[in-house]
Design a protein around this ligand. Structure first.
Ligand code: ATP
Ligand code: FE2
Length: 328
């Protein structure tokens, strides 16, 4: 069985094709880059609509198949930006209707976890999912993917991106902050905010910007920003690990590219003698393959959706999703 998955929650429009054995036949994406400032949802949606056809053709080409070979369409139903989600959903409905095949809506956050489980031969991790739009610590517990900790305000990737913008660095900011942080020497005290199992990054971002404007050495600010933000992520992940007694830790999302965060998390995992895994970077980022594979898992385990149930869910939380493929 072949599933075509459509990703569209934020910047990335992606189409992936997966088969029921877990082979990824294609994974093609186009990423919207705002001319200035942060993401403009309607502009991003327009970018996705304009590029949809080209991405589809390329994905079919890479997979070496015809559109008619597809048996199932999956799409990112949420969470994400309304206009962007609706564009992907519309494309998915059109394909399913034209081909007369079933459609399945997939939770974007869970798709990140499932592709990691597929590519990593890991089974039951505590996942730290960090990107421009999300910051969550997730683990499977009592039949659902539960959120053990999350940001109370902005996602950590957004914290890095906004700081970078204010400091005159180009978008996306994360890689630029990482590059400069390597030259940082002095730790500047910045607000560290872990509240219970949740984290806050907006005060940290504001203070880092203020320090930079007050004349602090930019590499030192970048270094201190990373150390402070990542320490909070590692602390909460460690507590989730201790609580759940899982034997694996996975790091995913766009911020997973950061080598300093990887090192910090790996050290923690080593101390607990648990396995540490980061999926290949093409699957850490938003992409269609994640959606295609998760859609297949759902369909093969009996999930069925009527067209009326394909309305997008902007704030769809991971713990609201049935995951019959993982049992109880
Ligand atoms: P989502 O919809 O999952 O929130 P997204 O639109 O933010 O995804 P991703 O590609 O998953 O897209 O993540 C992009 C984020 O990752 C940006 O915030 C970017 O700055 C950050 N990022 C990328 N590389 C690095 C890095 N080396 N260090 C830190 N952050 C990074
Ligand atoms: Fe994502």
């Amino acid at each position: 069985m072949l599933c075509l998955g459509i990703e569209g929650t934020a910047h990335t429009f992606g189409i992936g094709i997966a088969d029921s054995k877990g082979k990824i036949l294609a994974n093609v994406s186009r990423v919207y880059v705002p001319e200035q400032g942060g993401i403009h949802p309607r502009e991003a949606a327009r970018f996705h609509a304009v590029n949809a056809r080209r991405v589809l053709d390329e994905a079919l080409n890479v997979a070496g198949i015809e559109l008619e070979d597809i048996d199932l369409v999956a799409f990112s139903q949420g969470p994400g930006l309304g206009p962007v989600l609706r564009t992907a959903a519309t494309a998915a409905r059109a394909l399913a209707a034209r081909l007369g095949i079933p459609i399945v809506g997939v939770n974007h956050c869970i798709a990140h976890i499932e592709i990691g489980r597929l590519t990593g031969r890991i089974h039951d991790p505590v996942t730290l999912y960090v990107s421009g739009g999300n910051t969550q610590i997730i683990a499977f517990d009592a039949g659902r993917y539960r959120i053990f900790g999350e940001t109370l305000d902005i996602p950590v990737g957004n914290c890095l991106d906004v700081f970078a913008r204010e400091a005159g660095l180009s978008h996306p900011g994360g890689p630029n902050v990482e590059r400069l942080a390597r030259r940082g020497r002095r730790y500047i005290q910045l607000p560290y905010a872990v509240k219970g199992m949740d984290m806050s990054f907006s005060g940290l971002m504001t203070e880092a910007v203020r320090r930079y404007r007050d004349g602090a050495h930019l590499p030192d600010v970048c270094f201190s920003l990373q150390e402070t933000a990542f320490a909070a992520l590692v602390e909460v992940t460690e507590r989730a690990l201790a609580h759940t007694e899982k034997k694996e830790v996975m790091l995913t999302g766009g911020v997973a590219s950061n080598m300093r965060l990887r090192t910090m998390l790996e050290l923690m995992a080593d101390e607990h003698r648990v396995k540490f895994f980061v999926p290949p970077s093409e699957f850490c980022r938003d992409c269609g393959a994640n959606i295609a594979w998760t859609g297949l898992l759902a369909y093969l385990h009996g999930v069925r959706q009527r067209l009326d149930d394909t309305e997008v869910r902007q704030r769809w939380r991971t713990d609201e999703v049935d995951v019959p493929w993982r049992g109880k």
